[in-house]
Design a protein around this ligand. Structure first.
Ligand SMILES: Cc1ncc(COP(=O)(O)O)c(C=O)c1O
Length: 491
């Protein structure tokens, strides 16, 4: 009995020490980020320990330790009785393209995927199958505009107010109710942060929880901008294959044990780009693995509500009792992508590290967007909209599958989401296919962009959500014809 108590005390002690160091790391990150953004340039004096502690809501001792660590690392300089200053020498931070990638699995250059994707999206095409966005014709634009008017009656001073860093308290309160009712997850509003899209949430996590040299797990394939976000931090990306049956848990445990990754960025429900959903039986086991190997699971759940037929299993976050899961839920896709509203949920030990980074990023997501979202999201109209949208998306998916049926290409029919992940014959020149398609006003995403290893060359991602059914017919006709010409030319 005493032994167990003692063990518990030691475990708590270890956790508290870890938390204390996490906080020190957070302060270091804030200062380094401030220097990178030019908030302080050499030879500026940094805010005093007391001022910084107040600004970040942290203990002075934590800030002191962080300043000392930065001084030891040569980032800043301590001057006797004067304070801490940005160091003159070596302060030139390299532009991202000059940074030497040090991760084992060459993820090529920072920003590579994003810019390759942006290059594709930049081409104005009539047959748009590269954007995982919903056809504006299926979104509630007109209703939204009515809500805009109502908002100003309700909150006349809205535009002259900032949101709090964590997000509008009213919205966080409603969101806590939403998670309780829909997901059976009890959360305090302080465990919820409103972010400017899930993209920002991923970025905040990467800035606050990993540091250069850390290892993280990332699905293969994955949401390609996430590769860039983590690669930008100069960390080691360890790919984990996702299949229609989820992950190979034995292999995953082996990697966790050997590599001790800091986190696992995952999109386990209607995964982008594959549409796969990690089965319910793996979810609890994954959380157990995370606890055992102290690996944070960053669960990106953008497509949760975009299901066809059966609703998906509960998020991994539902099974988390020890605070190892960070849950990111975007509403961008089906409410209004332009509002950029997403929610990050995390237990206090992790949230404490993320909040100061959000403060630095934008001091809080625009309040107007949050209020507009709140009014619409919690209206009965939204439920009607989502129910119809699911049917419309399912019809488009089925149409795409019918149109591709004769090609001999392979895919697993997704139970939700916005994309088909399609395998062409081995060695198919997908880049040449893309070039030809773009010339003919057809866009899709080559699989290599979604691969942390930059391979998966014979796969493509086709989004069925943006293009309407008649355009889809012609777009796929052109795509299939272009593929046929390339195939005949190469045999
Ligand atoms: C898996 C995944 N995560 C995050 C995002 C970004 O979402 P948001 O629009 O909320 O930034 C997307 C968008 O395509 C996505 O597919």
């Amino acid at each position: 009995m005493t032994g167990r108590k003692e063990q518990g005390r030691m475990a708590r002690g270890k956790q508290e020490t870890q938390e204390a160091w996490n906080k020190v790391d957070t302060v270091c990150r804030v200062v380094e980020e401030g220097i990178r953004r030019g908030e302080w340039t050499a030879p500026d004096k940094l805010p005093s320990v007391r001022a910084m502690a107040e600004r970040l809501g942290m203990h002075r001792l934590t800030v002191m330790k962080a300043y000392q660590k930065l001084a030891d690392d040569g980032v800043i300089e301590a001057k006797y009785k004067s304070g801490y200053f940005v160091r003159e020498a070596d302060r030139e931070l390299k532009a991202p393209s000059d940074v030497e990638p040090s991760w084992d699995y060459q993820a090529k250059n920072v920003y590579t995927n994003r810019s390759r994707l942006a290059d594709i999206h930049r081409v104005p095409v009539d047959y748009q199958m590269s954007e995982a966005l919903i056809d504006p014709g299926l979104l509630p634009n007109m209703y939204m505009s009515n809500y805009v008017k109502q908002i100003f009656d309700l909150y006349p001073k809205l535009l002259s107010t900032y949101s709090t860093v964590m997000g509008d308290p009213e919205l966080r309160e409603s969101m806590a109710g939403f998670f309780k009712e829909k997901q059976g997850i009890a959360l305090h509003p302080d465990e919820l942060m409103i972010t400017t899209g899930s993209q920002q949430a991923i970025d905040l996590v990467s800035r606050s929880l990993v540091k250069p040299g850390d290892k993280i797990l990332i699905e293969r394939p994955t949401y390609s901008p996430a590769i860039d976000v983590f690669a930008q931090q100069n960390i080691r990306l360890i790919p984990v294959s996702i299949t229609p049956d989820g992950y190979d848990l034995e292999q995953l445990e082996h990697v966790m044990k050997r590599e001790r990754p800091r986190l696992f960025y995952m999109n386990p429900t209607f995964h982008n780009p594959t549409g796969f959903t990690v089965p319910v039986r793996q979810r609890k086991l994954l959380v157990e693995l995370a606890e055992r190997y102290e690996c944070i699971l960053v669960e990106d759940d953008v497509y949760h509500d975009m299901y066809f037929g059966n609703s998906p299993p509960p998020p991994l976050f539902y099974y988390d009792t020890e605070g190892y899961v960070i849950y990111i839920r975007s509403f961008s896709k089906y409410v209004a992508p332009g509002l950029r509203i997403s929610v990050l949920a995390a237990r206090p030990s992790l949230m404490r590290g993320i909040a100061p980074v959000k403060a630095l990023a934008d001091n809080g997501t625009p309040l107007l967007n949050q209020k507009m979202f709140q009014l619409y999201f919690f209206s009965s109209r939204l439920q009607e909209h989502v129910a119809k949208l699911r049917i419309a998306l399912q019809l488009r998916k089925e149409k795409m599958e019918r149109l591709l049926a004769g090609t001999g290409w392979r895919w697993t029919s997704p139970g939700g989401g916005l994309n088909l992940w399609v395998q062409l014959p081995d060695g198919f020149p997908v880049d040449r296919l893309l070039a030809r398609c773009l010339e003919q006003s057809v866009a899709f995403v080559p699989g290599s962009i979604c691969d942390p290893l930059g391979e998966l060359d014979s796969w493509i991602r086709l989004s069925y959500s943006f293009i309407n059914e008649s355009l889809m017919e012609e777009g796929l006709r052109r795509l299939i014809a272009a593929a046929g010409e390339l195939h005949n030319g190469s045999t």
